[in-house]
Write a protein that binds this ligand. Structure first.
Ligand code: NAD
Ligand code: ZN
Length: 253
């Protein structure tokens, strides 16, 4: 049965669930980072309303789309490079450190879990990482500074890979791009072994990412959804908490 809890009840219940769990896993989305000043996708004024994402096919097909993608990326990085982990990130890092949380599966690409001290083996980045770039053909890695220099050296034009001429893209997963296999496998394993699955700050509309909470629940795990707005999967959850993430998680830090 789904319980919609007030703040204090939710914190007590969460603490109880964590104490009872052997393998608790957190599944995080853009809502976790809004407290750090990074807009999410689907909230009013979120990134989605400002710029519809560029689908992978379009990125591949047109240099103008690649150029636009890099222009947006550099603008975002300039605005958000000073973002610091929020109360939610810090609480999750602490829970990992204390062994109360086994791992985190994140849809975020902002690096704030790492910045809060979560070790790489406890973190799965389902949608990649925005701190470097790769050639989509030969997989050579390029640093963002290099891309930035090339971009401006050619009058604001997306650069190609010097090694093979392929398109260079930030190491994140776009709509329409296939998911990273290794990360999908790690996320599946984490989900299978979890007996408590805590969704934090995700609208749960992006697939296959949103299939993980469903699989956890089907596997017998308790499902908690912490999000200020209703999500697609609230009906499945054992506990739904509609509140500010930082407020709920602050005592766990
Ligand atoms: P989303 O924008 O679809 O959903 C975020 C949810 O978080 C919303 O339902 C919103 O109500 C809730 N929320 C926002 N701030 C909150 C707060 N302080 N407390 C409680 N709830 C809050 O995000 P998604 O489900 O993660 O999907 C977005 C996709 O876009 C992901 O695939 C991700 O890769 C990408 N993205 C990443 C970032 C980032 O790395 N920080 C930012 C924007 C988008
Ligand atoms: Zn290449």
């Amino acid at each position: 049965m789904t319980l919609q809890a007030d703040l204090k009840t939710a914190q007590d219940r969460l603490a109880e669930y964590l104490a009872e769990a052997r393998h608790a896993v957190a599944f995080t989305g853009a809502g976790l980072s809004t407290e750090s000043g990074i807009p999410d996708f689907r909230s009013p004024g979120g990134l989605w309303t400002q710029n519809k994402p560029i689908p992978f096919e379009i990125f591949l097909a047109h240099r103008a789309a690649r150029t636009e993608a890099w222009r947006r990326k550099f603008a975002m990085d300039a605005a958000f490079s000073s973002a610091k982990p929020g109360r939610g990130h810090l609480a999750l890092a602490r829970l990992i450190q204390d062994g109360q949380l086994s791992g985190i599966i994140t849809q975020n690409i902002d690096g704030l879990h790492q910045a809060s001290g979560v070790p790489p083996d406890a973190l799965v980045e389902l949608h990649g990482n925005g701190t470097y770039a790769t050639c989509l053909d030969c997989e050579s890695r390029y640093e963002l500074d290099w891309v930035h220099t090339q971009f401006h050296a050619h009058g604001e034009l997306a650069p190609d890979c010097p090694a093979c001429g392929g398109p260079v893209k930030s190491a994140t997963i776009s709509f329409g791009q296939s998911m990273p296999q290794g990360e999908m496998l790690r996320a599946s394993a984490m989900t299978r072994s979890s007996d408590l699955f805590i969704v934090i700050g995700s609208s749960l509309v992006v697939y296959p990412a949103a299939s993980f909470p469903i699989r956890a629940k089907q596997n017998g795990a308790r499902l908690v959804i912490l999000n200020r707005e209703p999500t697609e999967l609230d009906d499945l959850a054992d506990l739904v908490v509609r509140a500010e993430i930082g407020d709920v998680l602050a005592p766990f830090a």
